[in-house]
Design a protein around this ligand. Structure first.
Ligand code: NAP
Length: 256
C-alpha cells in the first residue's frame, strides 16, 4: 500500500477540476490523483498531465449519480491505495438560468441529480476509503449563488435550478459534517472563475446582469489561479476551523 497523499477530483476533464488536478500534481510531489471524468478515453488535457507526472495520476470514469460506476471506482482505489485522503466533489452543472415560474421540472431534476444526488452517491462510494485515511477530507464545490442573502436569489433569471440545488448540496454537506466526527467536510465556493460554465452563462443571460456583475471584478480568475487558492485552503483546512462552514475561496465564511 502506497504512502502517497491520495486525492480524487471529479469533473476534471476541463475547467476548475482540471485546474485542481494540475495544481495538486505540481504542488505536492508525493500526491497521487484520481482524476474523475465522464469519458477517460477522451480527456486530452489529462493525457498531457499523465505524460508530465507518470505514475502519479489515474484518469478514471466517474459519472455523477451513477451508483454502480462510483462503487466500482471505490473498489479500484481500494485495490490500488487502500484509502483516500481528499475528495473534491467538483463535477456540477449550471445549464440555464430560469425564474421559478418558467423552470421545467425535468431541468430542475437534472440539476438536482448531478449537483446533489451525484455528490451523495460519491460520498457513499468513498466513505470506507476516507475512514481509512489519517486525515480525511470531503469537499464539495458549491457557489456563492446558493446564498440566501440576496446575491443570485434577487436577480431576475437568478437560476433556480443552480442556486436551489447548490443550497441543497450545502445542507447535505453540513449534515455530513455533523454525522462524521472523524471527517473534515465543508462546501467550498470558488467565486467567479473563467471556465466554460461561466462563459456559457454570460451568453445565456438575456438580462445582461451577469456580464455587468463580472465587469466589476478587476481580473476574472482563471481556473489555474482559483485552483491554487482552493488547494491551499483545502490542504490547510481543519475540522475545527472550516468543518461544517460555508467557506469562500478567500477564506471568509458565506451566509447560508
Ligand atoms: N466557474 C465558475 O464561475 C463557478 C462559480 C461557482 C461554482 N462553480 C462550481 O465549480 C465546479 C466546476 O465548474 P466549472 O466552472 O469548472 O464548470 P465546467 O467548465 O462546466 O466543467 C464542469 C465539469 O463537470 C463535469 N460534469 C458535468 N456533468 C457531469 C456528470 N453528469 N457527471 C460527471 N461529470 C460531469 C464536466 O464533464 P465534461 O467535460 O465531460 O462535460 C466538466 O468536467 C462546479 O461544481 C460549479 O458549480 C463554478
Amino acid at each position: 500500500m502506497s504512502q502517497s497523499t491520495v486525492y480524487l477530483v471529479t469533473g476534471s476533464n476541463r475547467g476548475l477540476g482540471l485546474g485542481l488536478v494540475t495544481q495538486i500534481l505540481e504542488e505536492h510531489d508525493s500526491a497521487f490523483v484520481y482524476a474523475g471524468v465522464r469519458d477517460p478515453e477522451n480527456a486530452p488535457a489529462l493525457s498531457g498531465l499523465q505524460i508530465k507526472h507518470p505514475n502519479r495520476i489515474a484518469v478514471v470514469k466517474c459519472v455523477s449519480a451513477d451508483v454502480e460506476g462510483n462503487v466500482a471506482l471505490g473498489r479500484e482505489i481500494e485495490k490500488r491505495h487502500g484509502h483516500l485522503d481528499t475528495v473534491v466533489a467538483n463535477a456540477g452543472i449550471c445549464d440555464s438560468a430560469n425564474n421559478v415560474s418558467e423552470i421545467s421540472p425535468a431541468n430542475l431534476e437534472e440539476h438536482f441529480r448531478v449537483n446533489v444526488t451525484g455528490t451523495i452517491v460519491l460520498f457513499q462510494a468513498v466513505y470506507g476509503l476516507l475512514k481509512k485515511s489519517a486525515s480525511p477530507r470531503f469537499i464539495p464545490i458549491s457557489t456563492s449563488g446558493a446564498c440566501l442573502d440576496g446575491r443570485a436569489i434577487k436577480f431576475p433569471k437568478g437560476g433556480i435550478e443552480y442556486g436551489a440545488t447548490k443550497a441543497a448540496l450545502n445542507w447535505a454537506t453540513r449534515k455530513i459534517h455533523f454525522e462524521n466526527e472523524w471527517l473534515i467536510a465543508f462546501p467550498l465556493s470558488p467565486g467567479a472563475v473563467d471556465t466554460d460554465m461561466l462563459r456559457n452563462n454570460v451568453v445565456a443571460d438575456t438580462t445582461g446582469l451577469l456580464k455587468k456583475m463580472l465587469e466589476t471584478i478587476p481580473t476574472l480568475p482563471t481556473a489555474e489561479t482559483a485552483s491554487a487558492l482552493l488547494i491551499k485552503l483545502i490542504d490547510g483546512s481543519t475540522r475545527e476551523k472550516e468543518g461544517g462552514q460555508f467557506v469562500h475561496v478567500d477564506g471568509t465564511r458565506l451566509p447560508w
